[in-house]
Design a protein around this ligand. Structure first.
Ligand code: ZN
Length: 411
C-alpha cells in the first residue's frame, strides 16, 4: 500500500514564549536601565500623538519617522523634536516599538468605544512601568549553560554584564528572539520568544479537501487505558488503533502521595510545618501529572506521525473544565485529560499536525455504525442493534467521524 503524501504543504513559523528565572548580580543597573527605557517610551508615546498621522504608518515606517524627528542625521542638523539621549540605538528602538504598540492599542480601543457606546473609553497612558525588551545588540553570547551578557547602564556608562537564565535548555532548530526582563518584587524573570519552523501550517479546512487526509480521534477514559486513538481515512475506514495505558500506574502514584498528605495532616500540629508539607505534596502531585501527561501525549503524537495523521480530533464538553478544578479528583486517570490535550495540541502543531475539538455529547453513548444507543458502559459493549465493540473504540470513532462531518465531509 502506498503511503499518502501531503500535497501543497505550506511551511511557516511559530513562536512560543519561554518564561524562566533570570539571575543577575546587577539588579540596580537593570532597574536603572528599565527607568531609562520607560523615559524613552513616554517621550515617544507623547510624540506619536503630537504627530498623529504617524499612527497610520506601519510600525517600521513609524519608527523611522520618529527617529528622524529626534535624532541628528547625516546633515548634522538638529531635528524639531531633538532631545538629549543617553541610550544605545537598540534600546531606543525597543522603546519606540513599545510606544507604538501602546499608542496603537489606545487608538484601537478609542475607535471601538466610539462605535459601541457600551465599551469603556480608554485612558491615555500617563505613567509607564514597562519591562525592558533587550534587542540584539543589548544582549549577546547566550551559552548552552544559560549564561548571557546584557548591556546595562551603571550610572556612568553602558557596559556588558554577565547574567544567567535558570535551567536553560538551548532549543534545537529554533531561533531565539529578544528577551524581555521582568523585575518582580523578589525575583526576576526572562520572557524569551523562541521561533520555530513548522513543516505544515495548511489550515484544517484545506487539509480536509485532500483525498488522502487522515484523522485521529481520541477518547479519554477513567480506566487504565487512559486514551484510545483511532486513525481513519476520509471515507471513515479504520487505518489503525492505539490503546495507551498507564491510568492505573498514575492512580497508584497519586494516591500514595495523597494518603501521605492525609496522614501528615492528622499527625502534624504545627501549622507552618503542615503548610510547607502541603506545598511539597502539591509539587509532587504536579510532577506526576506532568510526567504522565508528557509520556502519554508523546505516545499519541508518535503514533499519529507514524500513521500520517494530518488532523487530531478530541472531544470536549462544557463540564470538563469544572471537573478539572475539582482537586479532589486528581487521583483519577481522567484528570489527565486536560493536560494531555494541551500537550498534544502544541506538540502536534510543531510536527505540522493540527487539532480540532468536537462536542462530547453522544460520542460515547451512540453507536458509530448505526447511531443506536450503546447498551452498557462496560469495555466490551454493544449497541441496541447488536453491533459489538470496545466502548472506547466506539467513542474514539465517533470523535474522529464528527471532525470529518464538521468540515463538510459526508460519511
Ligand atoms: Zn450499531
Amino acid at each position: 500500500m502506498s503511503e499518502p503524501t501531503k500535497n501543497n504543504k505550506k511551511s511557516g513559523t511559530y513562536t512560543t514564549t519561554y518564561k524562566i528565572r533570570f539571575y543577575t548580580n546587577n539588579l540596580e543597573y537593570l532597574k536603572l536601565t528599565q527607568q531609562i527605557y520607560n523615559e524613552l517610551i513616554e517621550i515617544y508615546y507623547n510624540l506619536i500623538f503630537k504627530y498623529d498621522e504617524l499612527l497610520t504608518l506601519s510600525n517600521q515606517k513609524c519608527m523611522r519617522e520618529l527617529e528622524k524627528l529626534t535624532i541628528i542625521g547625516l546633515t548634522g542638523e538638529r531635528p524639531p523634536e531633538y532631545f538629549d539621549q543617553n541610550a544605545p540605538t537598540e534600546l531606543r528602538r525597543a522603546a519606540i516599538n513599545h510606544a507604538i504598540g501602546l499608542a496603537k492599542s489606545y487608538t484601537e480601543l478609542s475607535k471601538k468605544a466610539k462605535e459601541n457606546p457600551k465599551q469603556k473609553k480608554p485612558n491615555k497612558a500617563t505613567t509607564f512601568n514597562c519591562s525592558t525588551t533587550f534587542y540584539k545588540g543589548m544582549y549577546k553570547n547566550i551559552e548552552p549553560n544559560g549564561t548571557v551578557e546584557i548591556k546595562l547602564y551603571d550610572g556612568e556608562k553602558w557596559r556588558w554584564y554577565k547574567a544567567k537564565f535558570k535551567n536553560w535548555n538551548f532549543p534545537e532548530n529554533a531561533q531565539i528572539q529578544s528577551p524581555t526582563i521582568v523585575i518582580n518584587k523578589d525575583y526576576v524573570m526572562a520572557h524569551i520568544p523562541v521561533k520555530r519552523k513548522i513543516d505544515d501550517i495548511t489550515p484544517i479546512k484545506e487539509r480536509m479537501k485532500d483525498e488522502n487526509v487522515r484523522v485521529c480521534g481520541i477518547a479519554f477514559s477513567n480506566t487504565d487505558k487512559v486514551a484510545t486513538c483511532v486513525v481513519i481515512d476520509r471515507q471513515g475506514k479504520v487505518i489503525k488503533t492505539l490503546f495507551v495505558s498507564g491510568g492505573n500506574e498514575y492512580k497508584n502514584q497519586i494516591t500514595k502521595i495523597l494518603n501521605k498528605q492525609k496522614r501528615n495532616i492528622l499527625n502534624n500540629k504545627e501549622i507552618q510545618q503542615t503548610n510547607n508539607n502541603h506545598k511539597n505534596y502539591r509539587k509532587k502531585t504536579n510532577q506526576i501529572i506532568n510526567y504522565y501527561s508528557h509520556v502519554i501525549s508523546k505516545k499519541i503524537i508518535d503514533f499519529c506521525i507514524q500513521n500520517h495523521v494530518q488532523v487530531i480530533s478530541t472531544a470536549l464538553s462544557t463540564k470538563d473544565k469544572a471537573y478539572y478544578y475539582t482537586k479532589s479528583k486528581k487521583n483519577r486517570p481522567i484528570y489527565l485529560r486536560e493536560n494531555i490535550t494541551n500537550y498534544i495540541n502544541y506538540k502536534a502543531f510543531r510536527k505540522g499536525i493540527l487539532s480540532t475539538i468536537v462536542p462530547r455529547k453522544d460520542k460515547a453513548s451512540k453507536c458509530y455504525k448505526c447511531g443506536g444507543e450503546i447498551q452498557s458502559r462496560k469495555l466490551k459493549t454493544k449497541c441496541e442493534n447488536g453491533h459489538q465493540m470496545d466502548y472506547y473504540f466506539n467513542y474514539a470513532m465517533n470523535v474522529a467521524l464528527e471532525s470529518l462531518r464538521k468540515y463538510g465531509i459526508k460519511i
